[in-house]
Design a binder for this molecule. Structure first.
Ligand code: RB5
Length: 151
């Protein structure tokens, strides 16, 4: 499994912690984020990761900013991306099982290192559910792209 990882200046330290954690989990990580605390714009980071996931260059994405909110808003603009802001392990599990999320967003200013590691573990190990009701609902999410004129 390969995961594209992106972060802004608010999340350099947590990104480094999570890169080590992903390595320990045996997950290949592609670091598309920044490694200095010089201020950058989170939509630029979200775009790189979301486009990689949508193109199939990565199986999943992980985006980290101060709150996780801006990253999730930007990533969800890319057709084919279902980004979920996860503050709890339960969010990560449900985001995968029920919502078929393919990008996990975290807030480095609100989520501590150990909880973030647990959330990422849950996200990468939880398969999507093939239950028909979840498939139907996810198809309805994806249909909004076409309905709004996005290919
Ligand atoms: C940067 O100050 C901050 O706005 C960003 O990291 C993120 O929290 C945006 O949603």
């Amino acid at each position: 499994m390969k995961i594209a990882v992106g972060n802004d200046h608010a999340a350099v330290q947590l990104k480094q912690v999570l890169l080590v954690h992903l390595h320990e989990l045996g997950v290949e990580a592609d670091n598309l984020g920044v490694d200095t605390e010089e201020s950058v714009d989170y939509p630029d980071c979200a775009r790189r990761v979301a486009r990689a996931v949508a193109a199939g260059d990565a199986d999943l994405g992980l985006l980290i900013c101060g709150t996780g909110i801006g990253m999730s808003m930007a990533a969800n603009k890319v057709p084919g991306v279902r980004a979920a802001l996860c503050c709890l392990e339960y969010h990560a599990r449900m985001a995968r099982e029920h919502n078929h999320a393919n990008v996990c967003c975290l807030g480095a200013r609100v989520t501590g290192d150990e909880l973030a590691k647990a959330i990422v573990s849950e996200f990468v190990r939880t398969p999507v559910s093939d239950d028909e009701r979840h498939l139907r609902r996810v198809r309805k999410i994806d249909a909004l792209d076409a309905e709004c004129g996005r290919p």
